[in-house]
Design a protein around this ligand. Structure first.
Ligand code: GLA
Length: 385
């Protein structure tokens, strides 16, 4: 039996991840899948994001969970412009290199996140050596250079790319960013043209955004896909981030959104799935520019991570209903990826409330599989039988 020390998780006890099995109810039928990737096989890929700190340690417990449960991984930060190329001519290859070799060694598909995003892109990108704002042509050339380098380094290994992230507002208008301030309103189109020309011909090119169930944004995305297709501009799929909470969005709006996206013929990827168990006061989505709140006893009720059994049940119920809708659209959905492996890695511990102890994923902060994971495995295994 393989035992993983919990030093990373900060607990004294030892626990086993690789040999952890699901409860008897799920295992009653011995032929029944016990892991997410087995349960979803033939429906869609199931994945998680992997961080640099996990990849630095080959014995990291989260990696054992990844190889057991998931068949694809996304780079959480390492390929973002600011992480990969923080200064002119300064590149950080180490984490992306580890990422592709970990995937290769374990027969896992890897996903590139993200070519062009207004956030986590350093200011130098938009400026020349004297600090003057670049011209449209110069910025497009810089974008092309980035895509060309990534294709040269990782083109054989990364075949699915978030090309543009979060460029459309909730009301459907174009987000005002440095990219479209300099390039103009055809920034998204230019980005996809560059990606199509520089990345391998078999790469899957996605437009990725949050709050996709909002009508304004959803309609603009549908119109954009149809427009690009009619003009021969390659765009292969839609990344629905899926940063959802316990009550929003409604199942109906997710169902409608998936139907609308499927009608475009684009492949659908749920790219950053999690359920914000503690909730958000003001809005939902993943607007990383939103103002942060401070943790207090109201918005951080379980600071020591001891969630009551009621939380397990509520989260399992919510995941079951959400996956019910996703499975219904499994002909159009090619992948569902969680943002993080365990609750410990989740960005929702710091957003929109800094420093709270959240409970959003299928695996808890000690590395234990939650009842929600069992429920999802059971649902997917039985689906369509
Ligand atoms: C957005 C981005 C991701 C990540 C998450 C939260 O959704 O696309 O890269 O930053 O926010 O961490």
């Amino acid at each position: 039996m393989k035992i993983h020390k919990t030093r990373f998780f900060g607990y004294a006890a030892l626990f086993s991840i690789a040999t952890m099995t699901l409860s008897n109810s799920v295992r009653a039928d011995e032929s029944m899948p016990t892991t997410l990737k087995e349960a979803f096989a033939g429906k869609f890929m199931i994945g998680a994001t992997v961080n640099g700190w996990m990849l630095r340690d080959s014995e990291h417990p989260s990696l054992a969970i990844v190889t057991e449960q998931f068949d694809c991984i996304t780079t959480a930060n390492a390929l973002k412009w600011g992480s990969f190329n923080p200064k002119p001519n300064e590149y950080r290859f180490q984490t992306p290199d580890r990422f592709v070799s970990f995937a290769k060694d374990n027969d896992i598909t890897n996903i590139g996140h993200v070519l062009f995003w207004h956030s986590q892109t350093p200011n130098w990108v938009y400026e020349d050596a004297e600090g003057n704002t670049l011209t449209r042509e110069a910025l497009l050339a810089r974008m092309r250079q980035r895509a060309r380098l990534l294709a040269k380094l990782y083109g054989d290994d990364i075949k699915i790319w978030d090309v543009v992230n979060e460029a459309i507002e909730e009301d459907g208008s174009l987000r005002k960013t440095k990219f479209n301030e300099i390039i103009g309103d055809d920034f998204i189109e230019q980005a996809f043209k560059i990606a199509a020309e520089e990345l391998p011909a078999d790469a899957v090119l996605l437009y990725n955004d949050y709050g996709m169930t909002k009508e304004g944004r959803r309609n603009t995305v549908v119109a954009m896909i149809n427009d690009f297709k009619s003009r021969g501009i390659r765009i292969d799929g839609i990344g629905v981030q899926g940063h959802w909470s316990m009550h929003r969005p409604t199942l109906e709006s997710i169902d409608e959104t998936m139907t609308a996206f499927a009608e475009t013929g684009a492949s659908i990827h749920v790219t950053e799935f999690d359920v914000d168990y503690l909730g958000r006061d003001a809005y939902f989505g993943a607007n990383v520019d939103a103002q942060m709140l401070k943790a207090n006893s109201k918005n951080n009720p379980y600071p020591d991570g001891n969630y009551p059994p009621k939380a397990d049940k509520e989260l399992a119920d919510r995941y079951e209903e959400l996956f019910g809708v996703l499975l219904k659209h499994s002909n159009s959905i090619d992948r569902v990826t969680f943002w993080g492996v365990t609750d410990r890695d989740s960005w929702l511990n710091n957003f929109p409330v800094r420093g709270r102890t959240n409970y959003p994923l299928l695996i808890d902060r000690k590395g234990n599989y939650k009842p929600a994971l069992e429920r999802v495995v059971k649902l997917a295994s039985e689906y369509g039988k």
